[in-house]
Write a new protein. Structure first.
Length: 198
């Protein structure tokens, strides 16, 4: 079973990965966006780290809901409300249980991903974070490792796609041939989930 400590480890492993990979995320965003995805994610997850230390939420759902709220309030870019919604909705779906199973988390994450799709009006194949998150949420029903693999493959699969949402869509055909920054950071989020489970 996954307890509150597990969810805190997930968020802190994500913050560490974002710190480590911020340069790469910004580089990807400079090719098809406005070169701020790394700094947006750094600012957001630094705020998550700080608030989790200060407020010590007592359930898995509360860890994710609090993290999501702080992503929304600290990240100005498109990714803030989208990741914030992902974590808030996933947290809400976990309710106030003290521990949850991986299967329950997979169901909750699917609800979170659906909320992201609704908020952003995007679907799989549009070259967004959903291209990593959707397959990852589906594969999490099998294992953490399968989710990580699906997210990594989903991020790489955005390279040949034409962007249909977000800033990259302004480029039209010129968005083809570049990996989506948000799908790349989503793969970091899911890799951190597997790391927390080890
Ligand atoms: P901004 O584009 O506002 O500068 P970021 O650079 O932080 O924000 O995030 C860009 C990422 O957000 C994209 O790479 C993409 O994955 C994701 N994104 C943008 N718009 C949408 C959308 N409508 N639905 C889903 N994801 C989106
Ligand atoms: Mg950007
Ligand atoms: Mg921006």
């Amino acid at each position: 079973m996954l307890d509150t400590t597990f969810f805190r480890r997930w968020m802190s492993a994500t913050a560490a990965a974002v710190e480590r990979e911020a340069g790469r995320l910004t580089e990807l965003d400079s090719a098809i966006g406005d070169a701020d995805h790394g700094s947006n994610m750094q600012r957001g997850f630094a705020a998550v780290t700080a608030v989790l230390e200060k407020e010590a939420p007592q359930t898995p759902g509360a860890v994710l809901a609090l993290s999501g709220r702080h992503l929304i309030s600290t990240v100005g870019g498109a990714s803030g409300p989208l990741y914030g919604t992902l974590l808030r909705r996933t947290g809400k779906a976990l309710g106030d249980a003290a521990e949850v199973s991986r299967e329950q988390l997979a169901d909750a994450l699917r609800a979170g991903v659906a909320a992201v799709a609704q908020l952003g009006g995007a679907q799989a194949g549009d070259k967004t974070m959903l291209d990593a998150l959707e397959p990852a949420a589906a594969a999490l029903g099998e294992s953490f490792a399968a989710a990580r693999e699906a997210a990594d493959e989903g991020a790489v699969a955005t390279v040949p796609m034409l962007a249909r949402k977000g800033r990259a869509s302004y480029l039209g055909e010129r968005s083809i041939g570049h990996q989506d920054p948000g799908a790349t950071s989503s793969a970091l989020l899911i890799a951190a989930l597997e790391e927390a489970a080890r």
